[in-house]
Design a protein around this ligand. Structure first.
Ligand code: AMP
Ligand code: ZN
Length: 490
């Protein structure tokens, strides 16, 4: 391993060479989902990004400690202080307990995590398990950095140096969304503890020195990251929206907790590197959870797209670029994945025929060196996955090389990209759209009859069978170069 790993730090706005706080280790915290609804595929891009980061760190030989949190309390309908608690609102709408809502949507999120081949982190930290620690944290910073109002305990952003340095859109527009609470010293001050209004009871509330209530969302991440990884840890990740309010507020709290209040990035912002993935965008606005049918991973699966095609689609863009979602783009990613899977399947079959062993313990020879270096160099340059993918394809295309070694190199590269190439089979990639009124078995039966008709030179019957399939939404693809002999159009 030669190329040093460089990563873009949103806080210093520059590419930095990764130097771990603890030699040989990498400690990473990822802001996880608020489990009040299903995640959309844009949310999942954030976790694919964090997964690739973790896999690259492992590939580079660091011992990875990764924490992803589950927010089950405290996140309001606006990232700043306005609005209702997202969990409370959904519980009321679905007439369920918050705990039941959290359980259901956490399971749904984990199903997407598994389907996208995202590795399990060291810890899924659940916010409600850390409330006493949050109260202790708040007690420590309150005397010098907070003030109490009727509605809660507020953080005074003027009490720390350089508040909001991370934010880009730190403008009137950003501040316009911040709730005007009477008595706030600065517009950007935020609640770290929200008191339950007199006469009300909330489903989730705890006693605190500031009365019964619930912790603020920003406080949760400071506490869980500090407690599980220790300040300062190496890398904090999230989507770019978090760069504007959530992470500046976490940083302010971390500065306060680290006592100096200054902003010596390495020492007291909590993490050395703050990394943010850009958004997945969709022109028709289907991404939004508030619009009826939104883009969930399950919708992609229901339409017959394998979830790993979506993972591949994410990898085709560098994480700091915006990525536009389209069904055509997803279809192209599926075909690209299928080419890779078929090539690896053939390679394994040939190795088998030759009695060769699959992967384990095979040392790749010099013929692979340039491509292995190119692969590592691409990922070392701020996780350039689009280039890494093309390098993988170049390895797959190599001729006249040792097959076992070739498979070993593919396995090493796939361990970083996570496309599951050694386990997937071509047949796994064909999912039947949910709306289809015909099963794969029925299609195969009709196709077998059609093949027989053609063998018998009964072309009228063969055409009739083809038309019958077409009427049921099945396109017959004779001579498809990818060997896809039919396709169901959803
Ligand atoms: P939430 O559950 O709303 O807290 O969001 C979970 C993660 O998804 C956060 O890291 C967000 O920054 C990120 N995120 C939200 N929308 C998108 C999007 N369209 N594309 C990429 N990441 C997103
Ligand atoms: Zn967070």
């Amino acid at each position: 391993m030669t190329t040093p790993l460089t990563l873009f730090n949103s806080l210093t706005r520059s590419l930095e060479t990764f130097t771990p706080v603890y030699p040989g280790e990498a400690r990473v915290y990822t802001c996880g989902p608020t489990v009040y609804n299903y995640p959309h595929i844009g949310n999942m891009r954030a976790y694919v990004f964090a997964d690739v980061l973790g896999r690259v760190l492992s590939f580079k030989g660091y011992k990875l400690s990764h924490v992803i949190n589950i927010t089950d309390v405290g996140h309001l309908t606006d990232d700043a202080d306005a609005g209702e608690d997202k969990m409370e609102r959904m519980a009321a709408r679905e007439a369920k307990s918050i705990w039941a809502i959290a359980e259901h949507y956490t399971q749904a999120y984990w199903a997407d995590i598994r389907a996208l081949n995202i590795r399990q982190p060291m810890e899924w930290s659940v916010a409600t398990n850390y409330v006493p620690a949050m109260i202790a944290f708040a007690e420590r910073i309150a005397p010098n950095h907070c003030y109490e109002l009727e509605s809660g305990l507020y953080f005074d952003v003027a009490s720390v140096a350089d508040y909001g340095r991370l934010a880009r859109a730190h403008t009137e527009e950003g501040e316009g969304r911040i709730e005007a609470v009477e008595g706030k010293r600065n517009a950007a001050d935020f609640a770290i503890w929200r008191k339950t209004p007199p006469g009300e009871t909330r489903q989730m509330e705890w006693d605190s020195p500031w009365g019964r209530g619930a912790p603020g969302w920003h406080l949760e991440c400071s506490v869980m990251s500090g407690q599980l990884l220790g300040f300062p840890f190496d890398i904090h990740t999230g989507g770019i929206d978090h760069r504007e309010i959530h992470h500046p507020n976490e940083i302010a709290q971390n500065q306060a907790f680290c006592c100096t209040g200054g902003l010596d990035v390495a020492a007291n912002s909590g993490a050395r590197l703050w990394m943010h993935n850009n958004f997945l965008v969709e022109r028709s606005g289907k991404m939004s959870k508030s619009s009826g049918e939104f883009l969930r991973l399950q919708l992609l699966i229901d339409r017959g797209y394998h979830p790993l095609a979506y993972r591949l689609m994410c990898l085709q863009a560098q994480y700091r670029s915006e990525l536009e979602f389209s069904w055509e783009g997803l279809g192209a990613a599926l075909i690209r994945l299928k080419r890779l899977v078929m090539a690896v399947e053939q390679l394994r079959a040939r190795l088998n025929d030759e009695g060769g062993a699959v992967a384990q313990g095979v040392e790749p020879g010099a013929a692979f060196q340039p491509l292995r270096q190119a692969f590592e160099a691409a990922l070392s340059e701020d996780l350039n996955t689009p280039v890494a993918l093309t390098v993988l394809e170049q390895v797959v295309a190599l001729k006249k090389v040792d097959l076992a070694q070739k498979l070993a190199v593919i396995a090493q590269m796939d361990a970083v990209l996570g496309l599951d190439l050694l386990a997937l089979a071509r047949a796994d990639l064909r999912l039947t759209p949910k709306a289809a009124e015909i099963t794969a078995e029925e299609i195969e039966t009709v196709l077998a009859a059609r093949r027989q008709a053609r063998a018998d030179k009964d072309f009228a019957r063969s055409d009739a069978l083809r038309d019958e399939l077409a009427a049921r939404g099945v396109e017959v693809m004779d001579g498809d170069p990818l060997g896809w002999d039919w396709r169901l159009n959803a």
